[in-house]
Ligand binder design. Structure first.
Ligand code: GLU
Length: 526
């Protein structure tokens, strides 16, 4: 029977989760769901110096918002818990001991200042010091010191670390599902610290022990971990776990919009787009980093955007729901090269998802903004539009949203796009006045009022009387008259079909606005 698919997202709680990390979580999730497997959230907090309060909650909240669900994890428990490495601390020492006993690791007593001196000594010779198979014999460790001395130091409580002992001149191959075989020679690799005498493992040891004991089948993670993968493969070998070693897939980096270098928070600040899923208030500096959620992105859009950064379904289809992604995702189609973040494209995705929301849903999102602008929903659904008290029937707002949602990317843009449906303009675009409000325009606008007062208030009747009979019949400039009417009603020369707007606002409000424009703008000099 094939092995059960079990994948994990294993962030370190060192700050807000970067969208690159979110994409890693998403790809793991898609892979788990596609294979009927399990998705696990493990918190890797062995490096307590980098621990940031609130980061773990942030990670959970962000992934929940995006609809990335877990089957086991720090927040929900599960059969392989605990899922926070600091809570697993007592488990790791036996594994460090096992490696030492089997000759795969050794105690090292070098003090920080001794290591620093070594580094300086190498630097002076224009070389770089590495603790490895070439240098370990010159250092203070259980390979170079007599056994009783090692014993004495440990018993006297001298601080030590446990280092991995790479074999000499050995080719180590990592099979990567995206990159194929990646081979490195052990002579180039440093004897990484696995464990410290304070009882805490380092990332490398905890990660391998946990992946093994949690029965992880596939490790899907960022490319920045590829250089560590040979050590991880060797750890599986050293533990005798190679048969059940997970398969690896290292995801390409997310690149700056310009395509040079890794996408950073600074790029986001510079180009005005978030690189975090949610707003993050740094607990130390108080600095705010903005998030997709607060910027008005839909979680479905963010998922769609991230899924396509580094992977594509092999067709032209761009709008993909979570279910589509689960169906179509294929690790083998993940690209090897970095994926460029495209801000304009991100907005386009949000626009597309806006259109998929029903007019009612868009209205629900818009209502709080309307309230901020002093607009209320009339209690009586059949009430007339009440411009004076700024109260409008729900259905009117729904209609406005339905008409105008195609013009916005974010709900925050809805007020600026629709304010004239709710309040009369109190100023008129000077450039539009200059261009459209030609001499004689007050007479034409007075005629508009006369027509509205004299014909039935119906689209076709107004169209015939105003456009056909008055404007065309008198060979007037259609653009000038209709745009002046628009200027009167909207304040600018934007908006939907003019007569549709007139029909929506109603006869009285339209006439009031036109009269006000006549009074305010007045007759212009030629
Ligand atoms: N804790 C690591 C990180 O923060 C996880 C790396 C891995 O997935 O092995 O990225």
């Amino acid at each position: 029977m094939p092995q059960e698919v079990r994948v994990r997202f294993a962030p370190s709680p060192t700050g807000p989760l970067h969208i690159g990390g979110v994409r890693t979580a998403l790809y793991n999730y898609l892979f788990a769901r596609q294979n009927g497997g399990k998705m696990i959230l493990r918190i890797e907090d062995t490096d307590q110096t980098r621990f940031v309060p609130g980061a773990e909650q942030y990670i959970i909240e962000a992934l929940t918002w995006l609809g990335i669900q877990f089957d086991e994890g720090v927040h929900i428990g599960g059969p392989y818990g605990p899922y926070r490495q600091s809570d697993r601390k007592p488990m790791y020492k036996q594994y460090a001991d096992q490696l030492i006993n089997d000759g795969w690791a050794y105690y090292a007593f070098d003090r920080p200042e001794e290591l620093e001196a070594k580094r300086k000594e190498y630097e002076a010779q224009k070389k770089t010091f590495q603790y490895d198979c070439h240098t370990r014999s010159q250092m203070q460790n259980s390979l170079s010191l007599p056994a009783d001395e090692v014993q004495r130091r440990i018993e006297s409580g001298e601080p030590y670390v446990v280092r991995f002992k790479f074999p000499v001149d050995t080719e180590i191959t990592v099979h990567d599902l995206i990159r194929g075989d990646v081979t490195m020679n052990s002579n180039l690799l440093d004897d990484k610290v696995l464990f410290k005498s304070d009882g805490m493992p380092t990332y490398h040891l905890a990660n391998i022990v946990d992946d093994h004991t949690m029965k992880i089948s596939h490790v899907i993670r960022g490319e920045e971990w590829l250089p560590s993968a040979p050590l991880h493969v060797m750890l599986y070998r050293a533990f005798g776990w190679e048969d059940s070693m997970p398969q690896f897939a290292h995801l390409p980096l997310l690149l700056k919009p310009e395509g040079n270098g890794k996408l950073s928070k600074r790029d986001g600040d510079r180009l005005g787009f978030p690189v975090f899923p949610l707003d993050w208030h740094d607990p130390k500096s108080g600095e705010l980093s903005s998030g997709y959620r607060e910027r008005g992105y839909f979680p479905e859009a963010v998922v769609n955007i991230l899924a396509l950064l580094g992977w594509n379904p092999g067709t032209e289809q761009e709008i993909l729901s979570m279910d589509d992604l689960i169906r179509l995702f294929n690790v083998a189609h993940i690209s090897k090269s970095g994926a460029k973040f495209n801000v304009e494209k991100a907005k386009w995705f949000n626009h597309e998802y806006m259109q998929m929301h029903s007019d009612e849903e868009v209205t629900e999102m818009f209502l709080p903004l309307l309230k901020e602008h002093g607009i209320s929903v009339a209690d009586n659904a059949d009430a007339a539009l009440d411009f004076e008290h700024a109260a409008f029937p729900h259905q009117y707002i729904v209609k406005v949203c339905g008409m105008m949602k195609e013009r916005i990317n974010f709900i925050s843009e809805m007020w600026d796009t629709t304010s004239y449906f709710f309040v009369a303009p109190n100023e008129y675009d000077p450039a539009a006045i200059k261009k459209r409000w030609k001499p004689g325009m007050t007479t034409h606008m007075a005629k508009v009022i006369e027509i509205l007062n004299s014909v039935p208030f119906e689209y076709d009747a107004i169209h015939k009387a105003l456009l056909d009979d008055y404007i065309v019949g008198n060979q007037l400039n259609m653009g000038q008259v209709m745009n002046s009417l628009r200027l009167s009603v909207v304040g600018k020369t934007v908006g939907p079909d003019m007569l549709t707007l007139v029909m929506m606002l109603g006869k009285e409000e339209t006439i009031r606005r036109v009269q006000r424009a006549i009074d305010t703008i007045g007759e212009q000099e030629g």
